[in-house]
Every structure is written in C-alpha cells, then in structure tokens.
Design a protein around this ligand. Sequence first.
Ligand code: F6R
Length: 577
Amino acid sequence: MGYIGRREAAPIIVEGLKKLEYRGYDSFGVATISGGIELDKHQGRISNSSRSAAHLKGKIGIGHTRWATHGVPSDTNAHPHMDCSNRIAVVHNGIIENYAELKRQLIARGHIFRSETDTEVVAHLIEEAYEVEKDLLAAVQKIVPKLTGSYALLVIAIGEDRIIAARYASPLVLGVGDGEFFAASDMMPILDHTDRAMYLEDGDIASISEVGVEIFHEGKPVKRPVELIDWSQEDTKKGGFPHYMLKEIYEQPQAFYNSVRAITGETLPAPIRNPGSVTVIACGSSYNAGLIFKYLLEDSCAIPLRLDFASEFKYFPPPIQGLVIGISQSGETADTISALKQAKEHNCTTLAITNVLGSSISRSTDFTLFMRAGPEISVAATKSFIAQLAVLMQIINFIRDGEFEEVLRNGHRAIEEVLLMDLSEAVELCINARSIYYVGRGPFYPVSLEGALKMKEISYIHAEGYAAGELKHGPFALLSKETPVIAICMPGETYAVMISNIKEINARGAPVIALGVEGDLELAEVVDIFIPLPETHPFLQVLTTLVVLQLLAYHTAVALNRDVDKPRNLAKSVTVE
Ligand code: F6R
C-alpha cells in the first residue's frame, strides 16, 4: 500500500495493511520520506504487533504485509527493501523469477544484499539506473524490462515528491482522493478514504504526486479511466467473490502457473531427480495429491511409490529407505511433521512440499520445495491442492528430462477453460442426495477421493470416493435413486471398463453424473447428466476434472446454505495429533 497527500502517511498505511493482511501476514513494514527515509519492519502480523510503524513521519509512504516466497519470514526479509545507499525503498507483490541471475550480476558489481528476497534486486537495479537518470520515473522505466515474473511495485526515493508504481501480472489499483492518492493491491484499504479508483494494466508505470497521476505504457503517456467502486469492504476482501473458496478456485490458473515455474533445475534438490524409490506421507487432501502423484510417477517414470497416511506411518513406520516426501500445504500438520521425523530417524532423505515458507515442516526436513499458491483462507483446500500437483508434476517432468514441459506450461489454460462451466443440473441432483459416490480409475480414482472429500466437508452430504472396480464389492448394496454416482470416464485404457461399470450402476437405479470429453456420445447416452470437458493431455485432465468437482461441491454447499469457508468442526491447520 502507498499514500501521498497532505496527511501523515504512516498511520493510513498501517490501517490499510491491516485490511490487506488476508493476502499475507508473516511480516510487515512501512517506509516514509521525511528528509531521509524512515523505515520500520517486523516479523509477525501487523494486527497483533505492539510495534505498528504508525509513528513514522512523512506525507509520502509505502508499506507491505508479506506472504513469504523467497526467504523465511523475518525482520530482514520483510518489505520495504532498500538499495545500498538507503535512498530508495521498494515494496513488491509477486515473484521476480530471474532474481538469482540479477542478484549474481549486482553482487559482482559491488552491491551489498541484506535480505534473501527476490524483491531486493529491484531496489539495487533502481539504484544503478537512478545514478544515471537522476529521475525516479526514468529509472523504474529503465529497469522494469529486466524483470521476468510478476510484480506490483511501489517505489520511493529521497528528494522525489512522488511514488512510482509499476504493474505486471499482479494487481495494483490507485485510489483518487481529494489532494491525496493511494495505491494498493486491492480496494480494501482505499475504500475508507475514497471510492474513486484507477486500475493499472499490465506494463503500466505510474508517477503519483500530490497533484495527480501520470501513467505510461511502453514509454508513452496513457489514460486509465477513473471508476466509481460501490463495493462493501467485505466484497473487496474477497475480490468481489461471495466466498474465499470460490475466489481461491478462480485463482488456480495463477497458482498452477506460478508453482510450475517455481520448480527449476536450481530449486530441485539432486536426490529427487533420480530416486530409487519414493515414499509419500500426508493427510487429507495432501494425501490425495500424493496418490495422484503415485499413479503419474509409476506410469511415466517406472519408479515405485509407497503412500502412507502420516498418522499411520508415525506409529507403524514401514521398513523403508530412500526418499520420503511429506506433503502439507500448511506445513504445520502435526501428524505429517512427526512422521517425517520418524523417517529421518530411519536415515531416510526427507523432502517437504509446502505452501508456507518458514513453516515447521520445512525446518524438520533435509530439503523443501515451496509451491506458490499464496495464502489460502477457506478451510477446504483448493488452490493449494492444484499447486501441490503443479510441483509434483514438475518433479516428474524433471525426472523425464523435460518431456512434459510444454504440457505443464499450458496447464493454467486448461484450468481456465472449465471455471465457467454450468453445473446447475448436477447441483440439483446432489442437493437432494442421501449419499454421493465418486468413481474413477487410475489417477481419476484419487480425483474421486478428493471430489468426495470436498463435497462432504463443505456440504455435509455423505460422499465417498471409490476405485470404480470396487463399487461392486460391497457399496452396490447402498445404491438407489437417492445416491447419485459421479463417474470420471476419460478416453484411454480403462474407458471400456468404465462404461461397463456405469451400466452396472444404471441397472441398480442410481443416477449417474459423468465427466467425460466433449463429443463422447457413447458416454452421454448411458448417463443421466453428462459434463463435457475439453480433450487434453492426461495430466491436464486430472486438473480439469478436479476443478469441476471442486465447483460442484461449492455450488451444492451454497445451494444448501452452508458456511462454505468455515465448515463445522474443521480447522485450516491441524496442529494436534
Ligand atoms: C481438505 C483439507 C484437509 C487437509 C489436511 C492436511 O480440504 O484441507 O484434508 O488437506 O488437513 O493439511 P496440510 O496439507 O496442511 O498438511
């Protein structure tokens, strides 16, 4: 968040950051200009901190509340970041993907880095450009083409009565007040002061002074309309979505894209590239991600994978050696952490896959891979699940020397294609169900498990996932017209047997909702409701079917008036055994 105007900037920014905390909350900081740059930054939540940074003086300021992606949460890694001479301060939302290379070059040219963040390279690059240009706008314009990745940047410098803002693939909105301007990742912190906003577009760079805003795109001045925003605070927090869960489902293309790109030759530890065998331990949705990984790894790489519930592994550790991977979006699940400790005691190499930098899990393993889903507020895991798959699929891609590179780079598009599907007919069937069964084969079996888990946890309808061939070994006794069966039936080796399974279900009177590829008339003919999906690579079919099942659970829960984001009896992070 940034402020420029007649009022003291720091108190406005501090209040604003409290409203932005849902986007990240492991550390915070503010910088203002008051002759020199005043800076105050701390690890922890701004809303809980006794040290609020509101005391800083000056009428120009920038602030940030962080969700760590590069460098653990700490005072030093908190934003704003400064250049070597402490004349320039920068806050950044997004990921500078080429920061390692830029950092190496900057260090070689004599720059001293204080933090482990990707953001700090921006401060040093601007420092160099500013020495030549002597103008902050020109300096930012000069360095931005060197950055790859995503950024919403706010920059201030001593002697400059303005804030420079730049945006690419990360949101940035400017609030237009009376003789004052605001900049923030969303309207939340701005709405207290004004309802007039300008949305920057990708590639825009803005110079914001007390008298007005100038916006440039590819060096040329452009105008962006001032819009009236009539959202409530609550609407804004959820980006206009009625629930965090839906917002997070819609954030999945970005979560997948960022997480794929986060796993590179440099970030992938050597023991993962060539594992003799792999054991995965996890709980809940993370276990389901592990089971999808098992199917894909064994099929693509012929590497055997053993999967255990962390809560079982912990008490009954199997006689294993080699690589043990713990998957946990929160990084705080007690069962997974203690199972990994067990594995370490058995001399296994341990790797954590998590969404939270600095989380407990990453402190107890030999290696950690971070996904890039960003904070997930809704209790039901959605975008963190997709991000786990992105990381796991990238591991397979590296083991296969880049065979799936193209597929994974386009995964976000496949997800985008299914976000707007109309599922109303299927929802109608589900809201009246006594139980719902989900069936699939191969990787679509764990997709079924995950679909059923989402359904039961947020709609409170009993739901079970089964390997399609298992239904006849008992659950058939439960089938009736009140127990719809959701069948995932994609082209491939098991297509014909899935069609037979569906016919068996038909014969027992249960309605069938099928997910298949568009144009599959054979399938459409034998089911009650057909949900057509684009035909694509099998990896991406896992993603698209998952997203449809998340949406089906979501819309069913909404139709039943459930508390979607905070389902009863559940917690986001399960820190007890
Ligand atoms: C379901 C869900 C839980 C978690 C499980 C493990 O939507 O979120 O099943 O997957 O509690 O949590 P993490 O991944 O944080 O270890």
